[in-house]
Design a protein around this ligand. Structure first.
Ligand code: NAD
Ligand SMILES: O=C(O)C(=O)C[C@@H](O)[C@H](O)[C@H](O)COP(=O)(O)O
Ligand code: ZN
Length: 368
């Protein structure tokens, strides 16, 4: 079934997530969210050759006279930087973008986070339409308004909450996605089952083969269900003062791994975000079990599902436990009292826990 699906994100700045095939060629659908006379399409060097002409052509046809330019970065996590942020602002200046301008983020989470942050800052905030092209971006990064760039010291350390004007996920774009990136997206999909709904884990186990085979209807269902989980918690807690922090399950460990690897990611021989989160979820379940939470059987089930999706579940060789712990001190959940972790009570239930002893964290890391 290839019908259009819509998920609404409620709240002060409510918006619609549209999910379906060929939406990047749907000029009127995209144009309805472009208010002014200026638009900047931000993309990367893998995605732009595949889809930028299609989006721009459709948009120009739907909106003759629109001043539309393109800013393209090299692909990869190492490009989610303040340098690219500044260059992107320069592109808006060159365009003469006014306050009703729109940034179009065409790509994965790297492009989405960077472009969203640019939109948050230009003239103190302009519209951003997210056009996610990776599974990870469709199920997670395009939704919720977290925008950021990385610093050498830590992931997403500079950013803003800036909800998108709309999210338009063209599921046909997933056909060109490398297998490794599909699997990375599945890590964040598994996360929703782990923290919110054990029956979603049942569904993922039952549909693992169809997801890996990129069955259109199954992928669309996984995207819509993931967006629904995220939309609910983001509507309740847009600025992460409370249970939105559950979405950080596996991320304290995962971000430390990404940072310690210098954001090498897919393009530099390291773990990408989804892979690092997969390892991080396994470490978080181990830490949870050591602290008397999370039945061992549930932890084994989660690990098995991640492995079935071809995701790593152990820390890459050569990373030092003390160095990773030091990285975690700049995690955004940490406060004056120290580190806070999203720990697991059981499949489908998690909570934020303060005061976790360093020794317990080191022990979880040392077990691999
Ligand atoms: N803001 C949030 O809430 C949030 C949530 C999760 C992740 N993130 C961030 O998202 C980033 C990871 O995003 P990602 O996994 O999408 O990685 P990514 O943006 O690096 O994309 C992965 C790779 O796939 C390529 N690609 C993208 N779409 C393609 C397509 N359709 N066909 C062929 N190639 C394609 C890209 O060029 C890149 O090489 C990280 O920086 C992470 O911190 C943010
Ligand atoms: O939307 C959220 O909230 C998330 O935590 C989603 C995460 O998957 C994502 O990686 C996010 O960027 C992490 O946020 P951070 O605040 O830890 O940088
Ligand atoms: Zn994430």
């Amino acid at each position: 079934m290839n019908a259009l699906r819509r998920v609404e994100v409620e709240g002060v700045a409510s918006y619609t997530i549209s999910i379906g095939p060929q939406l990047l060629a749907d000029g009127p659908r995209i144009a309805q969210y472009v208010r002014g006379r200026h638009a900047l399409l931000v993309s990367d060097e893998n995605v732009a050759p595949l889809y930028a002409d299609r989006v721009e052509g459709a948009l120009r046809e739907a909106r003759p006279g629109l001043a539309l330019t393109r800013f393209v970065i090299p692909a990869g996590e190492q490009e989610k930087t303040l340098v690219r942020f500044t260059q992107c602002l320069d592109a808006l200046s060159a365009l003469g973008a006014t306050r009703d301008a729109t940034v179009l983020a065409l790509g994965g989470g790297v492009v989405g986070d960077l472009a969203g942050f640019v939109a948050a800052c230009w003239m103190r905030g302009i519209d951003c339409v997210q056009l996610p092209t990776t599974l990870l971006a469709m199920v997670d990064s395009s939704v919720g308004g977290k925008t950021a760039v990385d610093l050498p010291a830590g992931k997403n350390l500079v950013g803003a909450f800036h909800p998108p004007r709309a999210v338009i996920a063209d599921t046909a774009a997933l056909r060109s996605l490398p297998d490794r990136e599909l699997r990375a997206g599945l890590a964040e999909v598994v996360k929703y089952g782990a923290i919110f709904d054990a029956t979603f884990l049942d569904w993922l186990e039952a549909h693992a083969d169809a997801l890996l085979a990129r069955d259109d209807a199954t992928l669309a269902e996984a995207i819509a269900r993931s967006c629904t989980y995220k939309a609910e918690v983001v509507a309740r807690d847009p600025y992460e003062h409370g249970d939105r922090a559950m979405l950080n399950f596996g991320h304290t460990f995962g971000h430390a791994i990404e940072t310690e690897q210098g954001y090498a990611g897919t393009h530099g021989g390291g773990l990408n975000h989804g892979e690092a989160v997969a390892v991080g979820m396994v470490l978080a379940t181990r830490l949870s079990a050591a602290l008397g939470r999370a039945p061992v059987a549930d932890a084994q089930r989660l690990t098995a599902l991640l492995q079935r999706f071809g995701l790593p579940t152990t820390i890459p060789a050569g990373l030092d436990a003390q160095a990773l712990l030091a990285r975690m001190r700049l995690d955004k959940k940490a406060d004056a009292a120290g580190l806070r972790f999203v720990l697991w009570d059981k499949a489908g239930a998690a909570r934020v826990v303060s005061g976790v002893a360093d020794d317990a964290v080191i022990a979880a890391l040392a077990a691999g």
